[in-house]
Design a protein around this ligand. Sequence first.
Ligand code: ATP
Ligand code: MG
Length: 578
Amino acid sequence: MRYSEMFLPTGREVPSDAELISHQLMIRAGLMRKLTSGVYSYLPLGYRVIRKFEQIVREEMNRAGAQEVFLPMVQPAELWQESGRWAHYGKELLRFRDRHDRECCLGPTHEEVITDLVRNEIKTYRQLPRNLYQIQTKFRDEIRPRFGVMRCREFGMKDAYSFDMDEAGSEISYRKMFDAYQRIFTRCGLNFRPVEADSGSIGGKYSHEFMVMADSGEDAICYCGACNYAANLEKAEISRPAENGPAGMTPPVEEVNTPGVRTIKEVCAFLGVAPEAVVKTLIFSADGTPVAVLIRGDQEVNEIKVKNFLGCDLLELADDAMIRKVTGSPRGFAGAVGIKARIIADYSLLGMADCVMGANREDFHLRHVKPGRDFLIADHADLRVVRESDPCPRCGAEIRFARGIEVGHVFKLGTKYSKAMRAAYLDREGQERTMVMGCYGIGIGRTVAAAIEQNHDADGIIWPLPLAPYPVIITPVNVNEKVLFSAAEDLYHALEANGVEVILDDRDERAGVKFKDADLIGIPYRVTVGPKKLAEGKMEIKTRRSGEVIALPVSEVAAFLIGLISAKDLALSTKICT
Ligand code: ATP
Ligand code: MG
C-alpha cells in the first residue's frame, strides 16, 4: 500500500484518559479511535493486526479440532432465565426490550446460546465430542471501562465450547484447548504464563487464565520460583501448616477497656502486642446466614476462598443489624467468644494459644483468649490472601509476585449449563446422560493491546512479526529523486508480487518524519532507499526491534526479506520476535 493513500492518522497527541502506554500508542499510531466510553473503532492498520491475530487463533483452533460457527449477538432472555443467569449476571448484561416487548440482551458470552443449539441437534453419543467456536463481538457494560480496548464494553472474543460424554472426555477437550492456547500465544511471540484461576461467576470446576506478563497488568500473579506452580492472587493456595506442639499455659481470659481503639495497629499499640497475636473477626452474610471468619491480625481474608469454602451463592460483609444480632454490640468490636454464628478460621489460627480479639462489647477487647478453650472453631481452612514469600503449596519454596494481563481463560464447566438447560444425549446403553461442558475465551483486542504493552520503546510499537500489520516498509528518503524513487518502487512491486504486505512511504516528507512514523507504527523491517547507498548499488534494512542495520545489494533485498518473513515455522517466528 502506498502511504500517501492510506487512512493512517498518526500523531503525538494522546487523550487524557489514556493511562497505559498501549492505549496511548494505539491512538498515536492510528490503530483505533474512541467512539464513546468503552467503544472503539479500529482503523485500517489496527484492523489488520486484529485480523492477523484472529487468523492465528483460527488456525490453532482448527488444528485442535474445533469448528467455527457464528452465533447471534442478540439473545432472548428466556435462555438466560433457564440457565439462572438472568437474575445473577448484574449490570454488565445489557438488557433491552424489542418492539414486541420481549426481553433480550446483548451477548456478553455465549454459553446459553451454544447449549441451546447443541441440545437441539446432538442426541446420541455418536455425535460427541464436539467443540464449536466463534470469533465475535461481545458486549459487557463494564462499570469502569479503561485502558482502551484492554477493558472496554464492546470487544471481539474468540469463544469455544466443548461438549463431551463424561468428565474424562471433558478433561481431554480441556487439555486440547490449553495446548492450543499455548501455541497461540507462543506464535504471537508473547511472554505469557498459564495460571490457575477461580471459576468466577460462570461457575464450574477449575480454570486457567493465560496471562501476558506486564508490570502494568491489572492482575496479580503468584508463582513459584522453584516449581511451575502459578496462580492468580484470588486463587493462590496456602497449604495447611504443621501444627505446633502443645502450647504453654494460657492465663484466663481478661476483658480490657480499650476506648477509641479500633484498628489492628491501635490494638497492638494499646495492648503492647504484635499483630500476629491478634485475631480479627469478620462477620459475613452467606446467603443470609451469619458466619464469623477468624484470621490472624497480620493477614487479609480472601473472600473468594470463603465463598468457595461455604459453597454459597452470595457472600457479603454483614450489615449493622446482623452484626448487632450475633455480637450484641455495634460494628467494630466482634470477637469469637460468645458469638452467635458458625465460626470458621483461617489456617493462620492453628497453633495460636493466647490471643487478643474483640469482646463483643463496645470499647472492650479480650486478651489471653485460647481457641478451643474459650470458643469452638467449626472448621479450619485456607481463607487468606497469599503474600510474597509464603510457601508454595506444591513444593514449599517461596512464592513470588508478578503482574499480568489476562488474555485468555479456559474453564471446565462440568454440567452447570447442560443440567440447567437439559443438554442430554443417549449413551451406548440407551441411557439419557447430561453432557459435560468446557468453555474457552480469548480477548482479541486485549491480546493486541497486551502485545504492545510488552513490545514497545520510546519511539513507538515494536510488532512481533506474526502480528505486524505490514512486515515491511520501504522508505525512499526523497521521492522527488527519480532514480531513487523508482528503485523503491521496483522493490515494492517485487515484494507485492511475492505476497509480502508492504508499505511504500511515497509521501513528500522529510526522511526524519518518515522514519519517526515507521518507528511509531512498529513495522518490523524498514528498507531505506537513500542516495549514498544506492550509488553503491545497495539498500539498507533496519530491524525495528534491535535497531540493527545491514546493507545489501539491491538485487538481494527482496529475496532476503521474503526469507525472513515466510519463516512461518513456529520456533523460528518466535525466535525472530523475542
Ligand atoms: P476480566 O476479569 O478481565 O474482566 P473475565 O474473567 O470477565 O475478564 P472472560 O469472561 O473469561 O473474562 O472472557 C474471556 C476473555 O475475554 C478474557 O480473558 C479477556 O481476554 C477478554 N475480555 C473480558 N472482558 C473484556 C473487556 N471488558 N474488554 C476486553 N476484553 C475482555
Ligand atoms: Mg470481566
